[in-house]
Design a protein around this ligand. Sequence first.
Ligand SMILES: O=C(O)CCC(=O)C(=O)O
Ligand SMILES: [Mn+2]
Length: 198
Amino acid sequence: MDLFDHPPLDLPNATLDYRPRWLDVARADAWFRQLRDATPWEQPRLHIHGRDVPVPRLLAWYGDAEASYRYSGLTHLPLPWTPLLSEIRQQVEQAVGQRLNGVLLNYYRDGQDSMGWHSDDEDELGREPLIASLNLGGTRRFDLRRKGSSRIEHSLELEHGSLLVMAGATQHHWQHQVAKTRKAVAPRINLTFRLIRD
Ligand SMILES: O=C(O)CCC(=O)C(=O)O
Ligand SMILES: [Mn+2]
């Protein structure tokens, strides 16, 4: 790793590694277009305080057959890997040195699409999950705050072709979000690769 290119982020009780330009632009462009056009995007509705509210982005969940996953209060059976997603998974597994059996695709169509504060700390991810998050398309700001605090302590601009790896105790102590923005932002696809344990 080139320390001057991307120094490790030094937050207490977190293991975060941001790798800008992990992919070359031509490949990132091609993957973005193919995923945008070929993914069976869904917009599940959440039942919150007696109201049906659509999730503010589009989603798809792919994985090995055993990798069913709960998010947004719903259990999702994985779609089978496409050739492109298998190829991406292989490269990501190689980059992080760990097997990964599922990927959540998030499509943020514009600045009004978002993801609220949360930790990826579901039981099926195990105690210290490694989550590898690949960013394609428009740059969006990724905020971090400590659990129990409302103050944003660190923000990262997640750029086209970058890989953000979260590991160790990060999910135990920190929450993250991708907030809505009034800035003009290009459409963005984020892929978070995970290992679902059974
Ligand atoms: O879009 C992002 O960068 C965040 C995605 C995320 O936090 C998740 O899928 O759990
Ligand atoms: Mn997350």
